[in-house]
Design a protein around this ligand. Sequence first.
Ligand code: DAH
Length: 360
Amino acid sequence: MDHAATEQEALSQIAAAQDLETLESLRVAFLGKQGSISGLLKTLGGMSPEERQSEGPKIHALREGVTNALADRKAALEHAALDARLAAETIDLSLPAPEAPRGSVHPIAQTMDELAEIFADMGFAVATGPEIEDDWHNFTALNMPESHPARAMHDTFYFPDRNAEGREMLLRTHTSPVQIRAMLQQGAPLRIIAPGRVYRSDSDATHTPMFHQIEGLVIDKGIHLGHLKWTLETFLKAFFERDDVVLRLRPSYFPFTEPSVEVDVGYSLVNGKRVIGGSEGWMEVLGSGMVNRKVIAAGGLDPDVYQGFAFGTGVDRLAMLKYGMDDLRAFFDGDVRWLSHYGFAPLDVPTLSGGVGTAA
Ligand code: DAH
């Protein structure tokens, strides 16, 4: 029998196989139970010893040759399949990312996050209160009784109906009522900030009917004006990310603080623009003071035991100063071009170590 011709034929068929299935059917055809080479092996049993001695090694060699050829071809086909897959899955890193996220963090949200981060580092917790307030929390408890002239200055939005306790209802005109709520709910000592929306019936280039404030309140024993000054200085340096921030405290008046202090921050003129730092000019940024005894009492605490300081400021204005916007109304227009220019990357969360506001 011409085993060499059989082997040649088998090897050329194996070499021609283009995929693993074809190769498998060849394996079955040659080496399977009914396979041609298996059939040859079976003939050995019916041979004379001499015949077997000469045929045996040839048939075994044939089987070995075909077995090896099948294994080699299988490895080669598998290799080629992997190469093809790797080539198809290649990523071109020079291409722009597909469908980059469209949204951005609004500068006010970003600024609020920065403020929370800075004050959290000084041990302040975030407190909240309702935007629909009653006039006791918004005014009376803050030492603005009904006849108080400061009430008229707040351009308050009132609701037509009183609440169950007979109190007039309104949209809070400042975040200061959260001072009262925090004292009543949490007692003393207390160290909170309260960022949030406030409302006044006022609208022009520098006023919108809804805007944002942040309130701060510290109540403890032995609190004095020095604590207030250090806190505001530390805060403003961290917020504006400059060490040369200079503060000027001016005596002022707020019903809820005594004494009251207005805080100016120094600026320098760089190419005609105001930049925070230095002291070429002064800009008012904060209202503050030592919490009035009547306010501490309204918060359910004994003013002979506890003292405190408080401050409040506009978040929108802080954002404008830091990020160089000049029209307050743009904050609320929802103009996508403005938002994509001034917005912040969603995953750039402000941290003190990474820089609170470096994502602009
Ligand atoms: N509530 C004041 C306002 O809306 C701001 C303010 C001033 C808050 C002095 C304070 C403060 O806590 O001590 O104009």
